[in-house]
Design a protein around this ligand. Structure first.
Ligand code: ADP
Length: 399
């Protein structure tokens, strides 16, 4: 008999043997032929195993993607569809046929999704997507990388958050109702506390106490106004939707903020790229978002610092960035900054006591305009807040 190993890339996969019942001498030709056969058999066995493994992996992945209730969409970097799971097909009522290779815009007519997929930053980012049937989805998008670091494409996972949104809305409504009812007693307290010095002579301590009452009541009133404003922003539907030159809006807002910056010893700088396309939206809301980002930059930067405001175009988006060299924000706080009432502790700036609602406003306003807001920051070094809005006439345009 002759026995040969089935070897593939130094792995022993098995053996091949051939035996004669009668005595036999194996010639060199025979043993060469058998060696070649053993080599080919080894390659065939290795390929079969490889296929089995990758097919097993593929089937497992397909089963997971089919079972997940979340819609999963994968596109290449030019937004051509690479993969859609059944939940995604159901969600957007797509045909059963193979639509791989088609542009996402052709198949799914949803500007916010296109905006979310187009956003080219490397970190995972979350976007809110509203469907015509009233459901709200939270889309988290990220880039998919090859081993060499180049981008293969984009991934979006959409989760139905309609129930959470409803709960959130009920919570906001309840807070708004209470806030509304607090307005009258507060204005009474404010009125009487301000009148105290007018109805009789107060000593120094009494004057100081009544001043503190007035300041406290004013802070509470401001918080209530913010809560009510937030509810207003979240309930209005494209009220005064018009086309605006975003860079002009920004410059106006910046000039309004300048006196405070000068008083605090902070330099305000403004720059813009060559051609900024207009954006469509509600002027007072847009101004409010820009103003809040600039005010925060000034607020959380020490005297002698600089706040740089820049307007740029990134693909079809107009992007405002506000960079300060102030206190900065830790990674853990960054993740929670846009939550309602969230404030970073130990960062109070003199007199100013915010409600922790400002950035929630900015986020609500950006989402209302089909845009988004995000930040980059390093504790102790400064922060950059970005506000991006789809340029008028682009895919994300809601006008
Ligand atoms: P507030 O109305 O209390 O200022 P915001 O929602 O605007 O609330 O901000 C939330 C928190 O984020 C603030 O309390 C502050 O700690 C932090 N923050 C906002 N902007 C900046 C910034 N440019 N630099 C450092 N911290 C900031």
């Amino acid at each position: 008999m002759i026995a040969l190993p089935l070897l593939h890339e130094a792995n022993l996969l098995g053996g091949l043997w051939l035996g004669y019942s009668a005595s036999h001498h194996f010639s060199p030709e025979e043993s060469n032929l058998l060696t070649t056969l053993a080599g080919q058999a080894a390659v065939a066995v290795a390929n079969a195993r490889l296929f089995e493994t990758s097919e097993g992996g593929r089937q497992q992945l397909a089963a997971i993607l089919t079972a997940t209730p979340d819609a999963v969409i994968v596109t290449d970097s030019r937004l051509r569809i690479l993969l859609l799971n059944p939940a995604a097909k159901d969600l957007f009522e797509l045909p059963e046929e193979d639509i791989r290779g088609r542009r996402i815009n052709e198949m799914i007519h949803h500007p916010q999704l296109a905006v979310a997929l187009r956003a080219s930053d490397e970190r995972t980012s979350a976007h809110e997507i509203k469907l015509a049937d009233g459901r709200t989805f939270s889309a988290s998008t990220s880039s998919i990388f090859r081993q060499d670091g180049s981008i293969i494409g984009r991934l979006a996972v959409l989760r139905d958050v309609t129930d959470f949104k409803q709960l959130d809305r009920q919570k906001t409504d309840a807070i708004a109702a209470v806030s509304h009812d607090l307005k009258n007693p507060l204005s009474l307290m404010h009125g009487y506390a301000t009148m105290l010095p007018m109805v009789g002579k107060l000593n120094v301590r009494q004057r100081e106490f009544s001043k503190k009452i007035v300041v406290g009541v004013e802070q509470m009133s401001k918080l209530i106004e913010d809560v009510l404003d937030l509810q207003r922003i979240e309930s209005i539907l494209g009220s005064d939707w018009e086309t605006h030159r975003f860079e002009e809006l920004t410059q106006n807002v910046l000039e309004e903020a300048r006196p405070t910056a000068i008083a605090k010893g902070i330099q305000l700088e403004y720059s813009l790229a060559d051609e900024i396309r207009p954006v469509s939206g509600d002027e007072s809301l847009l101004r409010r978002a820009i103003r809040h980002l600039i005010d925060n930059g000034v607020r959380y930067t020490k005297a002698g610092g600089t706040v740089r405001v820049h307007v740029d175009m990134r693909a079809d988006d107009v992007v405002l960035s506000v960079t300060d060299n102030g206190v900065g924000i830790s990674r853990a706080d960054q993740d929670r900054l846009f939550e309602r009432f969230y404030r970073v502790s130990g960062q109070q700036d003199g007199e100013y006591v915010g409600s922790g609602l400002g950035l929630t406003f900015v986020k609500s306003i950006s989402e209302r305009h089909g845009g988004r807001v995000w930040l980059e920051s390093q504790l102790g070094q400064g922060s950059t807040f970005f506000l991006s809005l789809p340029a008028s006439g682009g895919e994300g345009d809601q006008s």
